[in-house]
Write a protein that binds this ligand. Structure first.
Ligand code: BG6
Length: 507
C-alpha cells in the first residue's frame, strides 16, 4: 500500500527564499569538507538559481594558492558535475576567490578584511558576510576571536559565523567554547551546524508530527512502548583515523546526529516555527533526557569495534588494521544505549540509540513501537499480534511506513501485519537536496531554526557526561566488544534490549 499525493500538480513547486547578496568565506578551504560538501552544495544552489548574482566565495587556508588554482582544484573535485554543466560551472567559478590566511596571524586577518572590501566592490556583495569555520575544532575559539578582533563580526545584521561539529569534546569544553564565541558575536549570528538537520526526512519528523492531527494525541507514554533510533553505516573509518581516533562513535555520531533525531522526535510542539520557539523546545527535552542508569552507565550502554570480516571476494580489515589507527586502539566504532526522558510525555518510555560503522546496511531510521492491544481477540501469525510501528526512514529510501494488523484472507479470523508506506521518491519524484544545500542556504539567509543553540549543544553533552567520564576514568568498565565487519554489532547490544524483552529492528 502506498500513499499518493492529494494534489500531484502542486508537486515540484518548490518554495524557495531568496538569498541576499553576500560573500561566503570558507576557512579551511583546502580541506576535505570544502570540495566534498560545501562547493558542491553551493554549485547546486547556483544551478537552482538560488544564489544572487552579487555573490562570491572566498576560500581561505594556509596554502599559498591563487584564485585560479582554487577554481581549478574545486573543478577537479567536481569533475563529473563540471563535465555535465560546463557553462554553469564557468559562470559559478568566476565567483570563486582565494586568499592565503592563517587565522592565528593578525596581519593575515587584516589582509583578509582588505580583500573582502575589494570583493564587495568587485561583486557588489555589500559588506554582507557568512564566515564558515571548517578548520580543526581546536581553532574554533581562536578563529572567532580573530574575526572579532578585526571587527569582522561587529554588525549582527551583516555577519554570521558557521561552526562545524564537533562543538566541544564534552560538557565543560562546550561551555568554554560557548563563552568564547558569545564574547565575539551575538547568539543569533552563530550557526552551529549538524548536517542531519539539513536532511529533508529529519525535518519531516516535525511536519509529520505537527501538521497532522492523528499522531500528536498518541505520541506519548500512553501509547508508545519504546523508540529505537538507528544510524548504521557500511563504511569504515576511511581516511579519517587521525580525527576518529580522538572521537569515536559517541562523539562523532551520538552526541550530535542521533541526539538531534531524538530531540525532534520527542520535543513538545513549538508555538511557532521560528528559531527561538523551536530551539526552546529542543533544549527543554534534551535537558529532561538522561541515561537509563546514570550511576552505573555500563549497564545501559554497549561499545563495540569492528574486526576483520566481509566476504572471500571482498575482505574487510578490522578497525585496528586501518591506516593511521593505533593497533591497540580502544576507540569505539559502535555504540548502543538506553535513555529515558523524564517529563510528562515520556516518563518510563525507553529510547534505544545505536550507531556503528561497517554494519551490513547504510540506514538511518526512527522506529516508534506502540503498545500491544490490551485484549487479543484473534489468532495472530506467530502467536501475539505484532505491535503497531511507525518507521521514519531517514535514509536511504527516504519516507515512512506504518505497520498494522489486518485480517488474513481465509475463513478464519487470523490477523497478520501489513505495511503502509510513503516514499519521497515515489510521491515527489525528485531526489532531495544534500543536507548542506539546505543548511548553507539557511545560514546565508540568517535563519538559525535548523542550527543548534548554545544551551542545546550543552544539554546534549551533559546527557552523555557519565559515559564520557567512565570511558576516561575506568574504560575497563565499558569495554569495546569486537564485532565482525558487516554484522549488526556486538551481541552485548542485543542483550541490552533482550533484558527488556525487546529486539533491535533488523531492516
Ligand atoms: C559525519 C561523521 O558527521 O556523519 C561521519 O563524522 C559519518 O563519521 C557521517 O560517516 C554520516 O553522515 P551521513 O549523512 O552519511 O549519514
Amino acid at each position: 500500500m502506498t500513499v499518493t499525493l492529494t494534489n500531484p500538480l502542486r508537486v515540484g513547486l518548490r518554495q524557495e527564499r531568496v538569498i541576499p547578496p553576500q560573500c561566503l568565506v570558507i576557512f579551511g578551504a583546502s580541506g576535505d569538507l570544502t570540495h566534498r560538501k560545501l562547493i558542491p552544495a553551493l554549485f547546486e544552489l547556483f544551478r537552482q538559481r538560488r544564489l544572487p548574482s552579487e555573490f562570491a566565495v572566498l576560500g581561505c587556508a594556509r596554502r599559498p594558492w591563487s584564485d585560479e588554482e582554487f577554481r581549478s582544484r574545486m573543478g577537479e573535485a567536481l569533475a563529473q558535475e563540471v563535465e555535465q554543466h560546463q557553462q554553469a560551472w564557468a559562470q559559478f567559478a568566476s565567483g570563486l576567490f582565494y586568499e592565503p590566511v592563517d587565522l592565528e596571524q593578525p596581519a593575515d586577518v587584516v589582509r583578509l578584511g582588505h580583500r573582502l572590501d575589494q570583493i564587495d566592490r568587485q561583486r557588489a556583495t555589500r559588506g554582507n558576510r557568512t564566515f564558515y569555520l571548517s578548520v580543526s575544532p581546536a581553532h574554533y575559539g581562536s578563529g572567532c576571536r580573530a574575526l572579532a578582533a578585526a571587527g569582522l563580526l561587529e554588525d549582527p545584521q551583516r555577519s554570521r559565523v558557521v561552526i562545524e561539529k564537533p562543538f566541544g569534546r564534552d560538557y565543560g569544553s562546550a561551555q568554554e567554547l560557548n563563552r568564547i564565541v558569545q564574547a565575539c558575536a551575538k547568539e543569533r549570528q552563530v550557526f552551529r551546524i549538524d548536517h542531519y538537520l539539513g536532511k529533508e526526512t529529519v525535518q519531516n519528523i516535525l511536519v509529520l508530527r505537527f501538521a497532522n492531527t492523528i499522531f500528536e494525541p498518541i505520541w506519548n507514554r500512553n501509547y508508545i512502548d519504546n523508540v529505537q533510533i538507528t544510524a548504521a553505516e557500511t563504511v569504515g573509518v576511511e581516511e579519517r583515523a587521525g580525527y576518529y581516533e580522538t572521537s569515536g562513535a559517541l562523539r562523532d555520531m551520538v552526541q550530535n546526529h542521533l541526539t538531534q533525531m531524538l530531540a525532534l522526535t520527542t520535543m513538545e510542539p513549538p508555538g511557532r516555527f521560528d528559531p527561538e520557539a523551536m530551539r526552546n523546545e529542543k533544549a527543554k527535552v534534551l535537558q529532561a533526557a538522561q541515561l537509563a542508569n546514570e550511576a552505573e552507565p555500563w549497564k545501559c550502554c554497549v561499545r563495540g569495534q569492528y574486526s576483520a570480516g566481509g566476504s572471500a571476494t571482498r575482505p574487510l580489515s578490522g578497525y585496528r588494521q586501518e591506516p593511521g589507527v593505533n593497533p591497540n586502539s580502544t576507540t569505539e566504532t559502535y555504540v548502543a544505549m538506553k535513555l529515558f526522558i523524564n517529563n510528562w510525555r515520556w516518563q518510563g518510555v525507553p529510547f534505544y540509540l545505536r550507531t556503528g560503522k561497517r554494519l551490513p546496511k547504510r540506514l538511518s531510521e526512527v522506529v516508534l513501537t506502540f503498545r500491544q492491544a490490551p485484549v487479543h481477540l484473534f489468532d495472530a501469525a506467530g502467536g501475539a499480534p505484532t505491535p503497531n510501528q511507525l518507521i521514519l526512514r531517514i535514509q536511504p529510501d527516504e519516507g515512512a511506513e506504518f505497520r498494522f494488523e489486518v485480517k488474513a484472507p481465509g475463513s478464519g479470523m487470523r490477523s497478520r501485519p501489513v505495511d503502509m508506506g510513503f516514499s519521497y521518491d515515489e510521491s515527489f519524484g525528485e531526489p532531495s537536496d544534500e543536507g548542506y544545500v539546505r543548511l548553507l542556504a539557511d545560514a546565508m539567509l540568517g535563519d538559525a531554526t535548523l542550527f543548534t543553540r548554545s544551551d542545546e549543544v550543552e544539554a546534549a553533552w551533559r546527557l552523555y557526561t557519565p559515559l564520557l567520564e567512565l570511558i576516561e576514568e575506568a574504560p575497563w568498565q565499558l569495554p569495546v566488544h569486537p564485532y565482525e565487519a558487516r554484522t549488526w554489532g556486538p551481541a552485548a547490544a542485543d542483550s541490552l534490549l533482550a533484558e527488556d524483552e525487546l529486539a533491535w529492528r533488523r531492516p
